[in-house]
Write a protein that binds this ligand. Structure first.
Ligand SMILES: C[S@@+](CC[C@H](N)C(=O)[O-])C[C@H]1O[C@@H](n2cnc3c(N)ncnc32)[C@H](O)[C@@H]1O
Length: 208
């Protein structure tokens, strides 16, 4: 089992490419695929990167959005500095960290990215529920911080909560779809929710 894992890793084209292109992780190519398909990141975009460590999504976003971009990144783990990215270390579930992000954003954002993944327990139900909670949290933040017309990407472990997440996303955005990048590992059950055309505050009011 461990032998097969090492062999797969050695032959992983995304890993080789990430080293050649100086990305901190092969995850960069998942965002690249999403971005190439949906054309999300534009020069000067203001972006929040949730669950950023070790930093390859921020690196990709910065390369794509250029020097005038504003990128804020947060993770529970330390992210080594990236010139041009404002990095916070902490838990996004913590209200103080959310307040810091609102202050740093100083206005609304064009894109919210979340590659957050909970620590897995091996219990499918618990893992998918924890992943869905993180996506709901990212959507709560989008409701507060995204510009009308803005975009949203979030990783989610496929499970019982997925349809409810997709429905919520569809209420908030003009376009919402799930996407399965080729760069996701075959054994992985992750999907990416991709949403565009945020409808703005009117869509966020609770339905009566
Ligand atoms: C798959 S990794 C992200 C990889 C990253 N996108 C990259 O390209 O380098 C998932 C990250 O989510 C982070 N994470 C999970 N829960 C979090 C939380 N509540 N607050 C902040 N970060 C969280 C983890 O610490 C982990 O580093």
């Amino acid at each position: 089992m461990a032998k097969a894992w090492f062999k797969n890793r050695l032959n992983d084209p995304y890993l080789k490419k990430s080293r050649a292109e100086d990305y901190r992780s092969r995850a960069a190519y998942k965002l690249e695929e999403i971005d190439e398909k949906y054309k999300l990141i534009k020069p000067g975009s203001k972006i929040l990167d949730l669950g950023a460590a070790p930093g390859s999504w921020s690196q990709y976003a910065l390369r794509k959005a250029g020097g005038k971009a504003k990128i804020i990144a947060i993770d529970l783990l330390e992210v080594r500095p990236i010139d041009g990215v404002t990095i916070l270390q902490g838990d996004i579930r913590d209200a103080d960290n959310q307040a810091k992000i609102i202050e740093l954003a100083a206005g609304k954002l064009d894109i919210i990215l979340s590659d957050m993944a909970p620590d897995t327990t091996g219990v499918h139900y618990a893992d998918t529920e924890n992943s869905a909670m993180l996506v709901h949290l990212a959507l709560d933040i989008a409701e507060k911080l995204l510009k009308p017309g803005g975009s949203f990407v979030a990783k989610v472990f496929e499970g019982a909560e997925y349809q409810a997440l997709l429905q919520r996303t569809k209420k908030l955005f003009g376009f919402a779809k799930s996407f399965n990048p080729k760069a996701s590992l075959n054994r992985s059950r992750e999907l990416f929710l991709v949403a565009q055309q945020f409808k703005g505050p009117a869509a966020c009011k609770p339905q009566t």
